[in-house]
Write a protein that binds this ligand. Structure first.
Ligand SMILES: Nc1ncnc2c1ncn2[C@@H]1O[C@H](COP(=O)(O)OP(=O)(O)OP(=O)(O)O)[C@@H](O)[C@H]1O
Length: 228
């Protein structure tokens, strides 16, 4: 890895939901452009960790530092701006807006950032093409296959040029061929754009696409061997 300074770092994160300790001192670093898989048993705290790192959930204690800025201390307004400009997110069920076409789903983040409709749609079309969603631009999410919908969700996550994409079980609802297509597209595009990816998965085949894998156990991180 060329850059030793982490882009995103979590230190000793603790997060409880009532009496459930979701995170018990989790620490993790993500370098710029790195693809990191977080694996672990169901309930080990993977999604909670992702939510803390992405500034969606505030930890009870511990720190999250992004490019030198303490995310866990930022006011909500600055946090949402960061999420909009620096981060992209993809969830297990793409969470595309059902009333919008694939093209408009991808164009939306650009339009929210101030790009005009025409330019946003042109860029969205290019991103959909990169993700192999061609000829389906005018379809609504319900008319897409699971794999096409996830690739559309990836295009939406990457269209604004984020520094980090958070992907929570992005292939969890797909068969193995569609999962392979989604992962190939994600890894290829992230590498090309220099985007770091935090990938949550319970699937070893999916984790194998990452540069590095860490495992969560009962809310703490146990490192595995470095594979790249
Ligand atoms: N919003 C919430 N309210 C209450 N409990 C929660 C909430 N989110 C997570 N938890 C609990 O925290 C623990 C960790 O959940 P989390 O979703 O982070 O684990 P996970 O490893 O992602 O699990 P899975 O692989 O099943 O998605 C679980 O016991 C879960 O029930």
């Amino acid at each position: 890895m060329s850059n030793p300074v982490p882009l995103l770092a979590a230190r000793d994160l603790v997060k409880a939901y009532g009496r459930t300790q979701a995170l018990r001192g989790a620490s993790l670093e993500l370098r710029a452009g790195e693809i990191l898989a977080v694996t672990g048993a169901s309930g080990s705290g993977k999604s909670t960790l992702l939510h803390c790192l992405a500034g969606i959930v505030r930890p009870d204690s511990g720190s999250v530092t992004y490019a030198g800025e303490r995310l866990d201390r930022l006011p909500e307004k600055r946090l949402s701006e960061l999420r909009r400009t620096e981060f992209g997110v993809v969830f297990q069920f793409g969470q595309l807006i059902p009333e919008l076409t694939a093209l408009d789903n991808v164009a939306l983040p650009l339009m929210l950032a101030g790009t005009g409709r025409q330019a946003a749609q042109t860029a969205a079309g290019e991103w959909l093409e990169r993700f192999g969603v061609r000829g389906q631009e005018q379809l609504r999410p319900g008319e897409l296959s699971g794999g096409q919908a996830q690739r559309t969700a990836l295009a939406r996550a990457l269209v604004t040029g984020p520094k980090v994409v958070f992907a929570d079980e992005p292939t969890g609802a797909l068969d193995s061929l569609a999962a392979e297509q989604v992962m190939t597209a994600l890894v290829h595009t992230a590498r090309e754009a220099g985007t770091a990816v935090l990938l949550i998965t319970h699937d070893a085949q999916v984790a194998a696409y990452a540069d590095r894998e860490v495992q969560l156990r009962d809310g703490t991180v146990a490192p595995l061997e470095v594979t790249a």
